[in-house]
Design a protein. Structure first.
Length: 353
């Protein structure tokens, strides 16, 4: 190979490497994340985590990084941080701390763009691609993610997306406490320790869980889903209440948020609620400050049918219920079939959010 040809190859290799780095931070072949107006400034202030900076590692420590796995059903401040980082990377998702279907879709899109297995799980490879170094002067969702995690770890700072002097001080204090070099930069190891704190992530629950997700615009188009070990088995359209979103309004408001114990189930109930029904424990609703707590009782997941399970369903208006959760007859029978197959697990709960 002659000298001129070797030189040409080196030039091509350097150019390719530069393009890859710029692509990672959103400056090559596309636009920067929507929340960062000044892309040139962002290129200086938020570097990918494979880019080193002084003080990246703990003093005298070989830092082997391990990351928590976030997946469907996970909740908490680490989920919120991942959602902010997804938005920072151009995959906008609401940072509500709940790892739902929209977060899964955003993670899969990000993974595909980064040539990672698109499994919708934020594991080590996705964390390494997702996080960016932020420092004094940085702005945007990645900064907000770091600020939320700092506060969750006991170093309270306003989550305003602006990396100012107070954030620098909080980062340095956090780094000193965890034997990291206190340079005030949230780099690879600082991100890793922030994410791996002892609080903030609720893992996907084991076993069978029912989840009722409220639709505030259309209460009769809410959703009841059945999960096993964090994996969705089935979901159904559901209603709750008579159209009121007041959780404390007995017989008219929808089911109060919280976790419910399952007291029992029947397929031939012969009271005011007939046929297929799952009995839920009573729930105390806490209204606005100064108002007396309200105990909600007589709560069920049910349908509209005879005691023998024959459908009396007439249409969309039948999703209204006196504070319970109501499914179409075919859907509640499908739910019972899943739970019959699981022998009605003793740890089954209903989570309402």
């Amino acid at each position: 190979m002659n000298t001129k040809y070797r030189t040409s190859l080196r030039v091509v290799a350097v150019a390719a490497a530069s393009t890859g780095i710029l692509s990672t931070i959103g400056l090559a072949g596309g636009t920067a994340a929507a929340h960062d107006a000044d892309s040139a400034r962002r290129a200086r202030l938020a570097q990918p985590l494979d880019a080193t900076h002084s003080g990246a590692k703990a003093v005298g420590v070989s830092h082997a990084r391990q990351w928590p796995a976030l997946r469907s059903g996970s909740r908490g401040v680490v989920v919120s941080a991942a959602q902010h980082l997804l938005t920072a990377r151009g995959h906008t998702v609401k940072a509500d701390g709940v790892y739902g279907s929209r977060t899964i879709a955003a993670v899969k899109a990000f993974q595909s763009r980064q040539h990672l297995p698109a499994d919708g799980v934020v594991g080590p490879g996705t964390w390494n691609a997702l996080t960016v170094s932020v420092r004094s002067g940085s702005r945007g969702h990645a900064v907000t993610a770091a600020q939320q995690l700092l506060t969750a770890r006991g170093h309270t700072v306003k989550a305003d997306g602006v990396y100012g002097s107070r954030t620098v001080a909080a980062v340095k204090a956090f780094q000193s406490r965890h034997h990291l070099r206190a340079d005030g930069v949230v780099g690879p190891d600082t991100w890793n320790v922030l994410v791996n704190g002892s609080t903030g992530v609720v893992p996907a629950p084991r076993g069978y869980v029912l989840k009722f997700t409220k639709n505030r615009q259309h209460p009769d188009r809410s959703k009841l889903a059945l999960y096993r070990d964090g994996r969705l088995l089935d979901s159904y359209r559901a209603g709750s209440g008579m159209g009121s979103t007041d959780e404390c309004a007995g017989k008219t408001g929808w089911l109060p948020s919280g976790t419910y114990e399952i007291l029992g189930h029947q397929t031939n109930r012969d009271t005011r609620i007939k046929g297929y029904a799952i009995h839920l424990a009573d729930k105390t609703c806490h209204p606005r400050p100064g108002q007396k707590a309200v105990k909600r009782g007589d709560l069920f997941i049910h349908s509209k049918m005879t005691k023998n399970g024959t459908s009396l369903w007439r249409g969309d208006n039948d999703y209204k219920s006196e504070g319970c959760v109501k499914l179409a007859p075919g859907h509640i029978k499908s739910l019972f079939a899943h739970l019959d197959q699981a022998h009605w697990p003793k740890t089954l709960t209903l989570q309402v959010s």
